[in-house]
Design a protein around this ligand. Structure first.
Ligand code: NFS
Ligand code: SF4
Length: 656
């Protein structure tokens, strides 16, 4: 057991026992965890508090060993570091490095998939295949590859090669994926700013270089590099999504369930956690093939459940239920009914190993660069994918024999959900209403005010904001005001658990009349009573689907992205990846609401660039607000401004 347990005497009861607005199912398991594991995320957070103010404001610099230096933004303390770096320089450098962290994650995820596509195309591996040939042709056309007369493997090879070239291109030509997928008017604007990257690796190298000691000290120049890093991130998101669709199929609306109760007492339960579908797809496949082995042990079968974004990936393509978001991952183990949790990369907390060690659960790491002390490591590689999946299942079957029934507690609430609205799926629904011009019904309803605006709520579940039910309150306020809500990532888990993804629950929420009418009409077209009040578009990399939609809308209407009554929000930000996604959205011209505050508040110039100057540079705006109702109001105000500028009707806001 890790040293963290030494802290068990120092539990801050008032904080640890303050569950605020957390749903009862979570509270039950947090209490069980505290009793049996002697720790919870809330308690660990309490032990960190008060968290460092310099860190929060972004004014702590550790770029060299004359430091660490801290800038005193309030009183008479130091205004520059030993080298003379100002608060703005330090804040800008730190922010760029955060953005690199996110962009590197997303682009490596994309590269992993592109490499597999190449090996499949060349016949070098037989573990994967091209499932969606039609999508492959569309992607090829988007990238400017001629497809006529070519066979599918040939097209796949060209797509993979162009994709891989985007990582390392030496010529100073724009990265193909960015040119192909960025909305035209945004692209032109970004080209003028000189921030279109020609590959992935150079900007990442350059960002680490320019932010090291004694280089770029100009916050404006560093922020331009930050915008560029946002575009690098967007490339990663888009490539990961599009090529996953090629290999595993483009999602279509699919029914499933959400919440911890999808872990089933009478089954062998395996949770897939992480981000890349390469491994989780295989586990889903092998669970079906090896189902009888579980029956031979007296279980009803093997039950795969999803955690975090890989959960969203297999949900959308196979209907695998969503068990837990990042905040709840350890609670899935605390149910005492999970045989194995298999992880790939990103958002995997090391504490999972300690928690698993208190139960019969096996934590299995699979990526060469993601090892966790105490976990079982089975190394994944694309050619070994089937063997790894089989081994994981064997381990789970073995663990099932060790399960202690007396320690099993699964809170019984779960919600039906409908998920998997790729752009292709949305267009299919819309084309039932308007076959020639599928986007027309959506646009018409935005114009006439039935839909006041569109808000994409994305990102993570932060223990700091979970007690406030930040996401739930925001979604409630927005749908009351006829906002069409799109969700991805861990926010999609929260939405699912709250009933926002349940098409049968539309009437149990206060939904604006206009929006309700649209949801019912679209639902009927899709063969349902109604669409749910939030539209599930996938994992975090699937935010690229929102980018594709923005491109289609802005180009069809001849408007800039920043003109559209669209806002993005990451209300419970955790990861550097959410920072890089937000930066990409800002680069495209989207208004981005965020909480907790990004670490920019200590740098007045950086703050001004992100919250004001950007509007004239890209059209984007960062908006920080950590009260959910005020955030709704702020978002509605911003949409209202955009509607006024477009001469669209602006109905009164309903009390939130
Ligand atoms: Ni997105 Fe998905 Fe969740 Fe946040 Fe982490 S799992 S990639 S970063 S925590 S939403
Ligand atoms: Fe301090 Fe400058 Fe070194 Fe940062 S780079 S730690 S501000 S001396």
């Amino acid at each position: 057991m890790a040293d963290i347990l030494k802290d068990k005497e120092r539990v801050w009861d008032n904080r640890t026992n303050n569950f605020g607005l957390l749903p009862e199912s979570n509270v039950e398991l947090l209490k069980k965890e505290f009793k049996e594991v002697k720790t919870t995320s809330l308690q660990r957070l309490a032990l960190q508090e008060p968290q460092c103010g310099f860190g929060e404001l972004g004014v702590c610099c550790r770029m060299c060993y004359m430091g660490p230096c801290r800038i005193d933004v309030f009183d008479g303390g130091p205004k520059v570091g030993v080298c003379g770096a100002t608060a703005d320089t330090i804040v800008a450098r730190n922010l760029l490095r955060e953005t690199v962290g996110g962009a590197a994650s997303h682009t490596e995820h994309a590269m992993d998939i592109a490499e597999v596509l190449k090996e499949v195309a060349e016949g070098k591996i037989s573990t994967y295949m091209i499932k969606d040939e039609e999508k492959l042709r569309r992607v090829a056309q988007n990238l400017g590859i001629k497809t006529d007369g070519k066979d599918i493997k040939e097209i796949a090879k060209e797509v993979a090669e162009i994709s891989l070239e985007d990582f390392k291109r030496l010529e100073k030509e724009p990265a193909v994926w960015i040119k192909a997928y960025t909305p035209k008017s945004s692209y032109e604007q970004l080209e003028k700013l000189g921030v279109i990257p020609h590959n992935v690796w150079r900007p990442i190298m350059n960002a680490m270089h320019r932010t090291s000691m004694g280089n770029d000290a100009d916050p404006v120049n560093i922020m331009l590099a930050d915008l560029q890093m946002g575009l690098v991130d967007g490339l990663g998101l888009t490539m990961a999504t599009e090529l996953s669709d090629v290999l595993f199929g483009t999602p279509k609306p699919i029914r499933s369930w959400a919440n911890l109760a999808v872990i089933k007492e009478d089954y062998v339960n395996i949770a897939v956690h992480g981000h890349n579908p390469l491994l989780s797809e295989k586990i889903v496949e092998w669970a079906e093939k090896l189902n009888d082995k579980a029956k031979a042990l007296g279980a009803k079968g093997i039950n795969i459940v999803g955690v975090c974004c890989t959960g969203n990936e297999v949900l959308m393509r196979h209907g695998v239920p969503l068990a837990a978001n990042e905040f709840q991952a350890e609670l899935a183990i605390v149910t005492g009914a999970l045989e194995a949790m298999v992880v790939d990369y990103q958002c995997v907390w090391p504490i999972l190993s300690d928690v698993a060690s208190c139960y019969h659960t096996k934590l299995i790491t699979t990526m060469p660069f993601v090892k966790i002390p105490g976990a079982t490591h089975i190394e994944y590689s694309p050619e070994k994918a089937d063997d790894v999946a089989k081994q994981v299942i064997e381990i789970a079957l073995e663990a099932y024999k060790q399960r202690e029934p007396s320690r099993v507690h699964i809170p019984d609430s779960m919600e039906e959900i409908i998920a998997g609205f790729s752009v292709e799926a949305l267009v299919e629904v819309l084309s039932k209403l308007s076959p020639e011009d599928p986007l027309k019904p959506l646009i018409d309803n935005i114009v006439n005010g039935n839909i006041f605006g569109v808000v994409a709520i994305v990102g993570c579940p932060n223990p700091k904001t979970r007690r406030l039910a930040f996401t739930e309150r925001m979604i409630k306020g927005l749908i009351k005001n006829n906002v069409l809500v799109i969700v991805t990532g861990c926010i999609a888990h929260i939405a699912g658990q709250t009933g926002f993804l349940n098409p049968n629950k539309v009437d149990s929420f206060e939904v604006g009349d206009g929006l309700k009418q649209v949801l019912k009409a679209l639902g009927n077209a899709a063969g349902l009573n109604s669409l749910p009040v939030a539209i599930h578009m996938g994992s975090c990399v699937d935010n690229s689907r929102i980018g594709v939609l923005l491109k289609a809308l802005s180009e069809k209407l001849g408007l800039k992205v920043s003109d559209l009554p669209v806002v993005a929000s990451a209300p419970e930000l955790i990861s550097e990846k959410a920072i890089s996604i937000g930066t990409w959205a800002l680069a495209l011209g989207v208004t981005v609401h965020v909480c907790p505050p990004p670490r920019i508040l200590g740098g007045p110039k950086v703050r001004e660039i992100l919250t004001k100057d950007l509007k004239t540079l890209t059209g984007g705006e960062a908006y920080v607000e950590c009260d959910p109702e005020l955030a709704v109001k702020g978002i509605l105000d911003r949409i209202r401004q955009k509607r006024i500028a477009l001469n669209l009707p602006v109905p009164e806001m309903v009390q939130i």
